[in-house]
Design a protein around this ligand. Structure first.
Ligand SMILES: [Fe+2]
Ligand SMILES: [Fe+2]
Length: 217
């Protein structure tokens, strides 16, 4: 019999593959400024991903989950620094760049409202990190098509392996703790809320900024 987590994973995969429909039709000629613009969006995403994990640490009672959150805080901060260094190496001046200038984004605000471990981990690690993995894959393709192999390599070699670990953490925690129908329902609702918001954000970004796959967290 398939487990609750396997079914939930299928549900997330199926929703995420529908996001492919929103891919930009053809990656024609892309100038470097477009990659820079997306990397700046990535900086904000990494910062918020680090901060949400930090926010949850004190109120997470399960020691192994608390420690996993601690690792994630560090991973996302490391991603921030790697991307920042990479932008500097590309010659981008970040002195006036403030990733927190517009306040917290809507995904951070949604996540910050979850109170239980299964909701939090279901929403952030299990779902949002899966979305990040996928967005990053699309971004790698985008960079390769634009001939920017260095940015593609940064994501493929240094960022994606950690994102994979974040998603795996989501699975492990749900398998262990989402063990009653009530908790499974809580987790499922949190997953749905994140997916709904992710689709809204993607549509908005596409319309207003002509960006459908900015890298994630
Ligand atoms: Fe992550
Ligand atoms: Fe990250």
């Amino acid at each position: 019999m398939r487990s609750f987590v396997q079914d939930l994973e299928d549900y997330v995969d199926q929703k995420l593959s529908s996001l492919d429909l929103l891919k930009e039709p053809a990656i024609g000629s892309v100038d470097r400024s477009e990659i820079v613009r997306r990397l700046k969006i990535a900086l904000k995403n990494e910062l918020e991903a680090s901060e949400i994990a930090a926010l949850w640490m004190p109120t997470t009672l399960e020691t192994e989950v608390k420690l996993a959150l601690a690792r994630q805080v560090g991973d996302e901060a490391k991603h921030y620094r790697l991307i920042e260094q990479h932008l500097e190496y590309m010659g981008v001046d970040l002195r006036d760049f403030n990733p927190g200038a517009d306040g917290y984004g809507p995904m951070f605000q949604l996540l910050a409202g979850f109170q239980t471990t299964v909701e939090r981990i279901g929403a952030a690690q299990f779902t949002r990190e899966s979305l990040a993995l996928k967005k990053n894959e699309q971004f790698i393709e985008f960079c390769e098509a634009a001939g920017d192999h260095a940015t593609a390599a940064l994501y493929r070699e240094h960022i994606q392996p950690d994102e994979q670990w974040h998603v795996q953490l989501g699975r492990t925690v749900l398998e262990k703790y989402a063990n009653t129908p009530e908790l499974q329902l809580q987790a499922r609702r949190a997953v749905e809320a994140v997916l709904d918001l992710a689709i809204k954000i993607q549509n908005k970004q596409l319309k207003e900024m002509r960006v459908s796959h900015a890298p994630g967290c």
